[in-house]
Every structure is written in structure tokens, then in C-alpha cells.
Write a protein that binds this ligand. Structure first.
Ligand SMILES: [Zn+2]
Length: 456
């Protein structure tokens, strides 16, 4: 039996040993790799003693000491004496990220709201703003960009102490070209080829890097970096809410595809003779296994999440129509999952939204269908889990996207105190840092926008 299901608790994976010296790698590259690995571990797993770091990262004490000193000099981490640990033995110092020095702005654009959060290393949220998008006029690109700019200014004005703004990450419900933040297609917003990255640049006048990503991909990144899928480098994240959206992480990287359409698994065809889908196709996974399918099978009129809740409630109470609708939907969910597992061989399937509810109610059905459908199932162990972050996943993922600017290369942050507009040291990054309290017009922006990656 190779399929297992686990509760949505926090999984802490053992990080890969970082001392591996690849052929041709210079000592400098190894040090850079180790700094990023150490900072990434502290960011994801919280304060850790030097002794534990030595064990976890497979490096010796003096190397860990030198790396920690380097990160302290860049104001990225700090040390404290470990709380008492018995009478004997030298107390080891505990290292943790600093939440008072740097932050990013995370943005989630959905079809009904724009949500912003200021987030520090370690994932601490230090400010929030939100504005509703009630009408089609509200969802126009120009209006959304104005809203993001206004809410950003409000977050900055509120004052974030002396924290330096590193960058902005933006989640949108659509296909995105990562190089410049061009939104290729976002049907729920009515956008096609919307130059969001460029417009945000113009509106904010920031030289801080802005990165734009697909919301489901960023949800996958959040669960990968800080959630239930910590330590899994191959996973499929599915969020079933007003459609079925997915994010795929393969070999530790988000699968974006050649044009940014990778991961649109809701439109994977599972039944060529099935129900017509608004996308123009027929029998898509979303139409056979999504919210509308569950409600349809229970004989209720379409009604979004509230109708879904009615069916789930009936099924929990043992009502035969509700149970039958849940069981039939569970079989169609399984059909799509089998295809994904047989194509991608993931370690983990993370099922959010309605799929998570169905998993709770019909776990034996799903497990049985996976066991029968997965090719050579005994040799393909796969864990099925509910996500940790639920509806916050995309916002947390956009913070992670922006924090990659530091986590991916801690040496981009200069040693010592930062001048108010000190550029980061390495020219290849071309990132300028500005205090969050700085007025927007003085905050610069760079178009350098590396491809989002799930690797920290
Ligand atoms: Zn479709």
C-alpha cells in the first residue's frame, strides 16, 4: 500500500547536506550556497541552536560559526543564549532570523479583492491592507494598479520602524509571463495580455524588484516553503474553489511551462463525453470534479460555496443524496489525481478548497482509486494531505516570492548598516533597498525580475 493520507500538520523535512562540492564549484560558491541554506532553514523552521544547525546541515562547528557571523553582519540573523538546559554542558547559542530589519510587500489580486501584507523574514506579518473589487469596473487593470499603489503607500506610511523594503510579490488568478509580469490570461478579471508588472512599475516608481506569479503556483510555493509540504521537492497543489486551480513543483521548481500556462490542471480532460466547460472544451476536471459538479449531482441549483456547504452538511448527516454526490465526486477527483501521479510521480498531493472537504468525507474511496489507478503503486509512494494555509496560501506565496531576493542570495545584502538608499552590493542583482517609511516617489524600482523558483 503506497498511498498514505496525513493531517495538515507542519512537516519539517531534513534539509539536504549543503557541504557537497559540485565539480568546478569554487569555495565562494560553496559558501554562498551554505549561507542561503542556513538562512532558508532559519526562515522556514524558526530559531535553531548552533549545535542543532551543525547536525542538521552536516557542517562543522567553526563553519557554522563563520556563516552565522556573516549573516549577523548583514543584519539578517541574531543570536541569543539558549534557555537553560540542565546543569551540565555548555549552553549552545540559538540563532534566529531578524524581523526588524527587512520586509517585503505581498499582494494577492483575486476576482473580488486586492489584499496586501507587509511580511518579514520568518514570515511575520507586520501590516495588512485590503480593498474590495465589487464591479467589472473595479477589476480593470488601471483601477487594480491604482489600488495596489494606494494600499502600498498606506502600508508604508503606517511606518514599519526602520525596516528596509526589499521587493514586492504579486499573485494573480491567471497565466503569467514571469520575465516581466505580463498577465497573459486571467478570465475571472477579464484580462488578456495585461502588462501588470510594467504598470505597477510606473505607478509605484519603485526600484525595488516586483515579481508577479500565478496564484495557484504561489500557493504551492507557500505549502512547499512553510506549509504541509515542507521537504517535498515534487508535489502537486490543487485548490478547488470557484474552479479547480493547481500548482506543480517538480524537482524543487515551479512548473510554469513555455508560456506561463503550466499547472492549469482544472482543464485537464478527464471525460471526453462529459459536461461542457466555459473554456470551450468538454469534461474538464473542473466540470467533472469541481464545486459545480458536486452541487449538480446533489440536485441543487448552482450557488457557489454556500450550495457546496449544504451538500457537505447533508453528506455528514448521512443523507443518501448527499453521500452519493460526495462519493461520485470523490471518484472524479481520483481520476484526475491518478493522471497527475502517473505523469509527474510527486511525493505529495496537497488538496485544498472543496477537494480537502471531500478528502475528509471520502478518504477510503480516494485512496482505493489511487491504489488501483497509479502505475506500479507499490513503488510510487505518495502522501495526500490538506494544505496548511487555506485561503491565505497565495498571499503567503507572494511574500515567499519576494523574499527569495534575500533567501536566494543573502550576499545581495551588504555587510554593515544600510544607508537610506544603499544599493545591494552585487551588481548582478541590481536591487536597491529603501526604508519602508520612505515616501513612494523616492522609492526606486528595477525591472530585473528573475523567474520565480521554489528553491530557497
Ligand atoms: Zn475547461
Amino acid at each position: 500500500m503506497a498511498v498514505s493520507v496525513r493531517a495538515g500538520d507542519l512537516a519539517v523535512g531534513r534539509p539536504r547536506a549543503m557541504a557537497r562540492t559540485e565539480r568546478g564549484a569554487t569555495q565562494k560558491a560553496v559558501r554562498w550556497h551554505n549561507l542561503a541554506g542556513l538562512l532558508g532553514h532559519l526562515h522556514r523552521h524558526g530559531p535553531t541552536s548552533r549545535a542543532q544547525l551543525t547536525k542538521l546541515l552536516g557542517l562543522n562547528r567553526s563553519t557554522i560559526g563563520a556563516l552565522v557571523d556573516d549573516l549577523i553582519s548583514r543584519r539578517l540573523v541574531e543570536e541569543a543564549a539558549e534557555p537553560e538546559r540542565g546543569a551540565r554542558g555548555r549552553p549552545s547559542k540559538v540563532v534566529g532570523v531578524r524581523s526588524d530589519t527587512f520586509s517585503v510587500i505581498a499582494v494577492e489580486i483575486s476576482d473580488d479583492a486586492v489584499s496586501l501584507a507587509a511580511v518579514t523574514l520568518g514570515g511575520l506579518i507586520v501590516g495588512r491592507e485590503r480593498a474590495a473589487l465589487a464591479t467589472d469596473a473595479d477589476r480593470r487593470l488601471e483601477h487594480v494598479v491604482d489600488q495596489v499603489a494606494e494600499l502600498t503607500a498606506r502600508l508604508l506610511r503606517r511606518g514599519q520602524g526602520t525596516r528596509v523594503l526589499v521587493g514586492m510579490g504579486v499573485a494573480v488568478p491567471g497565466a503569467v509571463r514571469p520575465s516581466d509580469g505580463m498577465v497573459r490570461f486571467a478570465p475571472s478579471l477579464g484580462w488578456r495580455d495585461a502588462p501588470l508588472g510594467q504598470r505597477l512599475h510606473d505607478a509605484l516608481g519603485l526600484e525595488t524588484v516586483v515579481r508577479v506569479g500565478n496564484d495557484a503556483n504561489l500557493g504551492a510555493m507557500a505549502e512547499h516553503a512553510r506549509g504541509v509540504a515542507g521537504g517535498a521537492n515534487d508535489l502537486v497543489y490543487v485548490h478547488a474553489q470557484a474552479g479547480v486551480r493547481g500548482g506543480i513543483i517538480a524537482g524543487g521548481r515551479i512548473l510554469e511551462g513555455s508560456s506561463g500556462y503550466g499547472g492549469e490542471i482544472g482543464h485537464m480532460q478527464v471525460n471526453p463525453f462529459g459536461v461542457a466547460c466555459p473554456c470551450g472544451s468538454r469534461g474538464c476536471w473542473a466540470t467533472e470534479a469541481g464545486e459545480s459538479a458536486l452541487v449538480r449531482r446533489a440536485g441543487l441549483p448552482p450557488g457557489g460555496r454556500s450550495s457546496v456547504d449544504v451538500v457537505l452538511r447533508r453528506a455528514r448527516a448521512g443523507d443518501p443524496t448527499g453521500v452519493a454526490a460526495v462519493q461520485a465526486t470523490a471518484r472524479w477527483i481520483s481520476a484526475g489525481l491518478v493522471n497527475l501521479v502517473n505523469s509527474l510521480n510527486p511525493e505529495m498531493l496537497v488538496l485544498g478548497g472543496m477537494f480537502g472537504d471531500i478528502l475528509e468525507l471520502a478518504q477510503p474511496t480516494i485512496v482505493e482509486h489511487l491504489r488501483r489507478g497509479i502505475y506500479d503503486a507499490e513503488q510510487q509512494p505518495v502522501v495526500v494531505a490538506k494544505p496548511r494555509f487555506g485561503r491565505e496560501a497565495a498571499l503567503i506565496g507572494s511574500a515567499e516570492l519576494a523574499l527569495q531576493l534575500i533567501l536566494g542570495d543573502p550576499t545581495a545584502v551588504p555587510v554593515g548598516p544600510l544607508a537610506r538608499s544603499a544599493p545591494l552590493g552585487r551588481p548582478r542583482r541590481r536591487l536597491r533597498l529603501q526604508p519602508l517609511a520612505q515616501p513612494l516617489r523616492n522609492v526606486a524600482w528595477s525591472r530585473a525580475s528573475p523567474s520565480p523558483s521554489a528553491r530557497g
